[in-house]
Design a protein around this ligand. Structure first.
Ligand code: F0G
Length: 344
């Protein structure tokens, strides 16, 4: 038996079709663009009936972006931004980040053979994200300042021409991020009644709006920001001054806010009731849905990043483990007590 050779497009990421190949006709790439891929995109769209019941809607679908290679939706944009940077002869990439863009930039730059410089607000990023980024070979510089100041510095270096900026101000990043909506519409076979997602800097909301425009669809986007933008425990979206605020406004997205208490409650429910462990910011969309802010009977909520991105928060909020002797009767008694305690 002979095994047929894999098509060129599959080789760059094992058997997985790279996002750039799946959506080549809708992305700013040509045959000359080197495809830098880690097997991103094509993420699961999962039905969630328990939370749909809780929200009083017929169908809830969760776009599980945590299954991207670095654990967040950032990889969709990063494959395009880094491929284009490589094509343009870039010598290095730079970004400011609350952690996920950092890890994604580090991974794709390494894949491309380019150095990456990452600026993070000191003391305000999950240690797991920093460790991931450091492992992936980026130079991590902790800024004495907040995310907005880090972004201003990254933009300035980007404009000097020495580094390509791979934040979502880069249009190639945003183009890559449109593909989540293409997948949702393709897989549902029709447009849902609404798309719901977290709102930090607003790059993803802008990308979703851009995708709907490209598809000629007019449906509501609900973007959920932290009520306490500058101090929220959901550090991924701890951004005081969203750089895409103007385009979010122009897109017509409905912007609502979620308190930390609401974020934590929705985040824990998603894990305990649907088996999906995301990071706290990623549950922002669910807050709006469960509160009744979203109109429609068939709703897609995007879950943007994995729970293992922020294990310290999980450790703080999840029920503590219970210590027991290796005695079967004691184990039965304790496990019955514990599951009764956890019953909804
Ligand atoms: N969800 C996660 C998991 C994020 O990491 C971010 C932003 C957002 C939602 C918000 O998306 O900024 O496009 O509105 N993270 C950026 C970062 C700021 O540096 O990783 P947005």
């Amino acid at each position: 038996m002979t095994i047929p050779a894999l098509p060129e497009s599959s080789r760059s990421a094992g058997m997985t079709t790279p996002l750039i190949e799946r959506f080549r006709d809708r992305l700013p790439v040509t045959e000359r663009t080197p495809v830098v891929s880690l097997g991103e995109g094509s993420t699961p769209l999962l039905r969630a009936d328990r939370l749909a019941d809780a929200a009083g809607i017929r169908e809830l679908w969760l776009k599980w972006e945590a299954s991207n290679p670095t654990g967040s939706y950032k990889d969709r944009g990063m494959t395009v931004a880094v491929s284009k940077a490589l094509e343009s002869g870039a010598e290095a990439v730079i970004c400011a980040s609350t952690g996920n863009t950092a890890a994604s930039a580090a991974a794709y730059a390494t894949r491309a053979g380019l150095p990456a410089v990452v600026l993070t607000p000191r003391g305000a990023v999950s240690g797991a994200k920093l460790a991931q980024t450091r492992m992936l070979g980026a130079t991590v510089l902790e800024i004495r300042g907040d995310f907005d100041e880090a972004l201003a510095a990254a933009q300035e270096l980007g404009s000097r021409g020495s580094h390509v900026l791979v934040n979502s101000l880069n249009p190639d990043r945003r183009a890559g991020q449109t593909t989540a909506v293409f997948e949702i519409v393709e897989e549902l076979g029709a447009a849902p009644d609404a798309l719901v997602l977290p709102y930090g800097g607003g790059g993803n909301t802008s990308s979703y709006a851009q995708a709907l425009e490209a598809l000629g669809l007019d449906l509501p986007i609900v973007s959920v920001e932290a009520a306490e933008r500058r101090t929220t425990m959901a550090t991924a979206i701890r951004i005081g001054d969203p750089v895409h605020a103007g385009s979010v406004r122009d897109s017509g997205a409905l912007v609502v806010s979620a308190t930390d208490e609401e974020l934590v409650a929705a985040w824990r429910r998603l894990a305990a009731e649907e088996g999906l462990f995301c990071e706290p910011s990623s549950a922002a969309g669910l807050v709006a849905l469960l509160r009744g802010d979203v109109e429609g009977d068939r709703v897609v909520v995007t879950i943007t990043g994995h729970g293992l991105k922020d294990p310290a928060s999980a450790d703080r909020y999840a029920p503590a483990p219970v210590v027991v002797e290796p005695d079967p009767d004691a184990i039965v008694a304790l496990s019955q007590r514990e599951s009764a305690r956890r019953a909804p």
